[in-house]
Design a protein around this ligand. Sequence first.
Ligand code: ASP
Length: 331
Amino acid sequence: MNTNAVIAIHGGAGTIVRASLTANAEAEYHAALHAVLAAGQRVLADGGSALDAVSEAVRLLEDCPLFNAGRGAVYTAAGTHELDAAIMDGSTLEAGAICCVKRVRNPILAARSVLEHSEHVLFTGEGAESFAAAQGLEFVEPDYFDTEARHRQWLLARDQQRAMLDHDGASFAFSSSATGGDDPTSHEPLDPNRKFGTVGAVALDAHGHVAAATSTGGITNKQAGRVGDTPLIGAGCYADDATCAVSTTGSGEMFMRMVAAYDVAAQMAYRNVCLQDAAHDVVMNRLPKIDGRGGLIAVDARGNIALPFNTEGMYRGFARVGETPVTAIYR
Ligand code: ASP
C-alpha cells in the first residue's frame, strides 16, 4: 500500500491579483477548493482509485458556478456554451474525452464513460451527446450553464471583438483588432472583479496509481466549434503511473502546440528529471517561448506534487490523506 495518497486540483490560472478579489470572493474560492479537496481526500482515504478521486473532484468543480466548467461555463461567440473534458487512468493508459457538448450536465462523467465503455477515445458534438445519452447520463437545458457574470464577461469580449481566457484579458486575443501588440486594452483583465477558470484534478491513490481529469467551457467568445487543449490527451490531460499525472489550464492553443501535459511526462521518462523540474521547465521555459500563459498541476507515483503557473495567480490546492487540505490563489 502506498501511504502517499494525495489529490491536487486547479480552478484556472490567469490575471488573478489580490487587488481584484474582495475578501468575500477570496473566501468563497478557498471554501470551494477546500470542499472539493476534502471530497477527493475521502475517496482516497476509503481506498478508492485515483480515477474515482479525480472524477469526483472535477464533477464537483463542474457543479460550482465559480469555475469555468459545467455550470458557470463561458459563452461562445454565438452566445452558447460548448464544453470539453478529458480523463486518463495512469495504471492502464486508458483515456476518454468529449468536446463541444451543449447539454450534458457533467462533461467529466461523459469522458469517464468514454474511457470505460468505448473503444474510442474522443467524441465530439452530437456524437458525444448521443453516446452520453446511451450511457444514461444526466442532460440539462443549455441555459442551465448560464450565469450572469459570464454573460457580462461575454458581452464585454464581444464588444471588443476578442476571444480570451475567462479569467484573463491579457495576452489572449485572437481577433485582428486586438492581437496584443500596442493595444493597451488587450492587457487589461476582462472582468477584474470576477475571475473564473477551467478545472482539473490529479491524484495518486493508495495502490500507487495516478489519474488526471480536466474540464472546461473553453475561452470567452471563442468561435463556435473551437476546441482547446482540455479534451486532447497529452495537451490538457495526461496520466501514466511510470511518470506522472498532469492537468493544465491556460491559453489552450499554446498548450496544444507544446503538447504540454505529455511533455512533463516525457521529460521525466527521457531526460530522467524529477517531477518538479519537468513541470517547471514546461510552464516557465517552454510555454513562454510561444506566449503560452497558464499553469498545471501534476503528481507522480511517489506522491510528489508540482503546481507551477506563469500567470499572476492560479486557483489551486492539494490534500494528502490524513492532513488538512491546503488552498492558494496568488503567486
Ligand atoms: N485551456 C482552456 C482552453 O483553452 C482554457 C482555460 O484553461 O481556462 O480551452
